[in-house]
Ligand binder design. Structure first.
Ligand code: A2P
Length: 336
């Protein structure tokens, strides 16, 4: 284990943090030591890693001494507050929050797309927004082949995007409604049980939400495609942990569904799931717990007179490719 790293997971008790630990373990990431960090509320709590009980410590500015790579999943304000101490300690920060994603000094990386950008870091590497990562891993190989001119996405996002408290809220509200009681809204914008709502993150001046604009801006940055035209509507649905997206793509050149299928069948991080006759298509229930993003329902866009349009549907685990897995894959680039 000559290249083994000293790792810290910041936000280890959260929905993404727990998946980060599990992903490090499952992928056999070379670890010399691991530190689990969270707020003072969780200090002293014990979590299992590789069968061993590890005590959660309170995150402080001194936490990064003797750490090579810190995986951050504790929200944007925690990332902003502790980034200087982390970088000063010589520890590389892989940040799951949106705090630094659009900073021009911070690479925003999906290892299947732009691994080379990771090596330009100055201490911080950003992990993309979950919906963006799930979409981009499927769209990029098609873009590389036929160049995407315009992309219109509608998302169907799981509760996990709001962290462990949002997942609990979906369960609690559903149980309350089934008991004939009123659903109590605590951390979500609206009732999520037996409902959907087109409101994720805050509204911007242009009428889009911040979540929708992440899809626009982050995709362009990751793909180095500032000219790509993108529009998105983000919707929260009562699913626990995998996001789905309906995608309409316009290409510079003609592309048939068969061509798209043969490109996606070979694409890293993608599993083609496209046999509607046999009821095979992407669904969040099948994407849950999987590293690959499922892609299917690929068809020619019939609203056009040419063959430059495709429609497709994708589902990907928000906590894995949308967060923890992508972060661990970035850390793996640094080990290689
Ligand atoms: P804690 O459990 O101690 O509150 P989720 O996204 O599932 O809500 O998880 C958020 C994660 O970020 C949790 O591990 C949480 O720890 C951690 N966290 C939140 N605020 C802070 C903070 N100020 N300092 C350190 N960790 C924090």
């Amino acid at each position: 284990m000559g290249n083994a790293k000293r790792i810290a997971v910041v936000g280890a008790t959260g929905a993404v943090g727990i998946e980060m630990m599990e992903t490090l373990e499952k992928r056999n990431f070379p670890i010399a030591s691991i530190k689990l960090l969270a707020s003072s509320r969780s200090a002293g709590k014990k979590l299992k890693f590789k069968g061993e009980e590890i005590t959660v410590e309170e995150l402080t500015e001194a936490s990064f001494k003797d750490v090579d790579i810190a995986l951050f999943a504790a929200g944007g304000s925690t990332s902003e507050k502790f980034a200087p101490a982390c970088v000063k300690a010589g520890c590389v920060m892989i940040d799951n929050s949106s705090a630094f994603r659009m900073d021009e000094n911070v690479p925003l990386v999906i290892p299947e797309i732009n691994p080379e950008d990771a090596f330009k870091h100055k201490g911080i590497i950003a992990n993309p927004n979950c919906t963006t990562a799930i979409m981009a891993v499927v769209v990029y190989p098609l873009h590389k082949a036929k160049k995407v001119r315009r992309l219109v996405a509608s998302t169907y996002q799981a509760a996990s995007g709001g962290g462990a408290p949002a997942m609990q809220e979906l369960l609690d509200q559903t149980a309350a409604v089934l008991r004939g009681e009123k659903a109590e809204v605590k951390v979500m914008a609206q009732q999520i049980a037996f409902n959907i709502f087109p409101h994720i993150d805050v509204f911007q001046e242009n009428g889009y939400t911040k979540e929708e604009m992440k899809m626009v801006n982050e995709t362009r940055k990751i793909m180095h495609a500032p000219e790509m035209k993108i529009s998105c509507t983000s919707v929260r649905i009562p699913v626990l942990r995998a996001h789905s997206e309906s995608l309409n793509l316009e290409f510079e050149e003609e592309i048939t569904p068969e061509e798209a299928r043969s490109i996606l069948a070979k694409a890293p991080g993608v599993r083609l799931c496209d046999d509607p006759e046999n009821k095979i298509y992407p669904m969040p229930i099948d994407a849950t717990g999987k590293y690959d993003v499922l892609a299917g329902r690929i068809r020619q866009d019939i609203s056009r007179d040419d063959k430059k349009g495709l429609d497709l549907f994708v589902s990907g685990d928000q906590l894995l490719k949308g967060a923890a897995l992508n972060a661990v894959q970035i850390a793996e680039l640094l080990v290689k």
